[in-house]
Write a protein that binds this ligand. Structure first.
Ligand code: MG
Length: 378
């Protein structure tokens, strides 16, 4: 099979709740997502999606996705999309780093592999484990009372895991954690995610102030070393997210016993191929995982569902259904949340069909034999 045409589409994904707020006053109200379509000489087309959490969360931004794709697309024409080892090595040779740019291409190739073999991506990634995947609900940063009120609302939607966005002023964060913890019922799980927002002295105060509460602490500080110092002075179960962006970092953190749970974001690592490697290492080393991405719509949610559903249930801490946070559907067949859980499609590939009307005209299009590539839009 050969790649004959590569296209990219830009799509705005407004948030159902108006805005999503996290540490350091960061906020997004409309997510800027990019969908990649890879067409082949076999008549099959695969799709992937990448959506940074704004331009200041990870070292990635929506305009960078499209600039990077314009750089990579011409080199991929004529390549075999099913040979993902050579294809990922070729992408690394042509564009060093920028894993988030490669993520949507890699996901689209897995979609093609699934369609070509007649198998769901979850089967190719190791096989579905269990009936469905438990989801968490992020609680956007707000006044403590308003965040606490969200718990009952989200529990009514079926969620039992709540990820509180903290990483702000320590006294307010302590009040946020206490207010939300007071709403918990047996079986609920609370994670306080600072998203790198605290300095070590602030994090030390917060973890001591909530010492008696049943709460996980996620990525309290910016650097790995700072997080490790907090990990060593708290008994709370500990999650690392932003710091674990590669296999060497995962191995180092495991050797330091720096976390109990790792957050795997598909685009942070560069697609399903590297995310699966990290996932399998975590299983081998006994580390539970949250499986998700930085953000996204239906196609990202489908990719998450396949990776999460093929992860042994015992190691699945949680996953995210981003498509239920946003207002715009971009694909049919995407996972739908049922009682706080979702399942990977049993159809071949990702099991999604893009809604071309929602994607609009392509902003990038590179085809074999075409006189010149077309680029338009942002
Ligand atoms: Mg996190």
């Amino acid at each position: 099979m050969k790649i004959t045409r590569l296209l990219a589409y830009q799509v705005d994904l407004p948030l159902r709740e108006g805005s999503y707020n996290w540490s350091g006053g960061k906020s997004v109200s409309v997510f800027d997502s990019t969908v990649v379509r890879i067409e082949t000489d076999a008549g099959l087309a695969g799709h992937g999606e990448v959506c940074p959490l704004g331009p200041s969360y990870l070292p990635s931004y929506a305009g960078g996705v499209r600039a990077g794709l314009a750089e990579l697309f011409p080199h991929l024409l004529g390549e075999d999309p099913l040979a993902m080892g050579p294809l990922n090595r070729l992408m690394e040779q042509r564009l060093k780093g920028h894993p988030y740019v490669k993520s949507a291409i890699d996901i689209a190739c897995w979609d093609l592999l699934g369609q070509a073999s007649g198998l769901p991506v979850a089967t190719l990634l190791g096989g579905r484990d269990g009936d469905s995947v438990e989801l968490y609900r992020a609680i956007s940063q707000d006044e403590p009372k308003r965040m606490a009120e969200k718990v009952a609302l989200y529990r009514a939607e079926g969620y039992r895991k709540f990820q509180l966005k903290v990483g702000g002023e320590p006294d307010t964060d302590i009040a946020r954690i206490k207010a939300v913890a007071a709403e918990l019922r047996t079986g609920d799980v609370l994670v306080a995610d600072a998203n790198t927002g605290w300095l070590p002295h602030q994090a030390a105060r917060v973890v001591r102030a909530v010492d008696a509460l049943d709460v996980y602490i996620e990525q309290p500080c910016l650097s790995y070393e700072e997080c490790l110092s907090i990990r060593r002075r708290t008994g709370h179960p500990f999650v690392l997210d932003e710091s674990v962006d590669s296999i060497p970092m995962l191995l180092r953190a495991h050797a330091d016993q720096a976390m109990d749970v790792v957050n795997i974001k598909i685009s942070k690592l560069g697609g399903l191929t590297p995310a699966r490697q990290v996932r399998d290492l975590c299983v081998a080393m006994g580390i539970a995982m949250t499986i998700e991405d930085s953000w996204g719509g239906d196609i990202t949610t489908a990719a998450i569902a396949h990776l999460a559903h093929s992860t042994p249930e015992r190691f699945r801490f949680s996953a995210t259904d981003f498509n239920s946070y946003v207002t715009v559907p971009i694909a049919d067949g995407a996972p739908a949340r049922v009682r706080g859980r979702m399942a990977a499609s049993e159809r071949p590939g990702l099991g999604v069909t893009p809604i071309m009307g929602a994607l609009g005209a392509p902003v990038l299009s590179f085809a074999s034999g075409a006189p010149a590539p077309t680029r338009s839009g942002r």
